[in-house]
Ligand binder design. Sequence first.
Ligand code: PSV
Ligand code: MN
Length: 435
Amino acid sequence: MTKSSAQLIDQGLLADHNDKLAARVQADYDALGSMLARRGQDIERLTTLAQGFAVAVPSWGAGTGGTRFARFAGRGEPRNVFEKLEDCGVIHQLTQATPAVSLHFPWDKVGDARELRQAGEALGLGFDAVNSNTFSDAVGQEHSYKFGSLTANSAAAREQAIAHNIECIELGRAIGSKALTVWVGDGANFPGQHNLRGALERYLDSMRAIYAALPDDWNVFIEHKLFEPAFYATTIADWGTSFACATELGPKAKCLVDLGHHAPNTNIEMIVARLAQFGKLGGFHFNDSKYGDDDLDSGSINPFQLFLVFNELADAAERDGAAFKPSYMLDQSHNVTDPIESLMSSAVEVQRAYIQSALVDRAALAGHQQGNDALQAAQTLKAAFRTDVGPILAMARIRSGGAADPVAAYRASGYRDRAASARPARAGASSSGIV
Ligand code: PSV
Ligand code: MN
């Protein structure tokens, strides 16, 4: 249960909402329970699994995003990290699936990081991995990252980027994070612009210095991305490079898979299987994509791919047990929707894929694989994917103190209207969202 807080949605309103939907949810739940029982599945086990599911919310997702062409601001956008946390508190209150926030520095930096921890606690929130930013120049920064950060030719720029990452670790310690995610836009826009091997050598040297500053119980996640802003050659472009660097650095270094960071049609679930097999799967940035790093809502374009990723995670969990615990985070940019609604829907979509994957009859699948029955193997996966587990998710939310229908409850609450009057837009201000 989330702690009660003035900024959250009124508990009475939430109770009314759930009362109105209770009979309908129960009827759907009972019908699904009977159907699953005929398939040998216990709906109560699945509901408990759903209640235990968690995916972190990116602080930067609480604001309206933008493209390199324009940003169309939304109403009542958070103007600072405390307001972003308020919005994240609402997302968790209604979904009961997002108990942690992933912060991005220096965007979310405040004078005393302990204030962030207190603000989080008051809203029932903890903190997942912290993210560094050496892909843009901060105001007043001495050395520009225009020609790279951890890979820059300039030793001074590299030192500055290393120091920023170490500062992120310190900030993360103050708020209870246990991991640093490093994504760099470093690379080249022209053939010959830099030495491909030399750039990766400089990256590794820089990362060794950051790795050395990690507390014993921390991880560093290396996030790869195919292209942008380096359009010819991105230094950490693929999972192979990420894996090689994580291996070179040591056991605390792992790979982070952002679903949008691959060429169209890449078999992402196979990347997940490979990284899990070799103990290097650190975590995820969930989102969806049609063409590139679109940062669209999770499950909005290709929900089957999301399911197949979770099917590999279920396989890894079965093989490796409790030791297998990758971090789940969303990483999205919202241009045409209310970010709170998108983040709630995405958290539910990721949770849905998780529960659908728990429905896969793994013994039957293994039998079909052994017998080379490709059709039945595929049908076994499809049977799980096609099952509407919505009633399980709704029941899990109700039992955990969330909303039967998070978007409906949020709209009925008038939260955005209140935020719009409490947070008047400031001309030219853009403290939130990715532009
Ligand atoms: C880069 O495109 C990325 O996916 C990284 O995770 C960044 O930290 C994030 O987006 C925010 O810009
Ligand atoms: Mn990402």
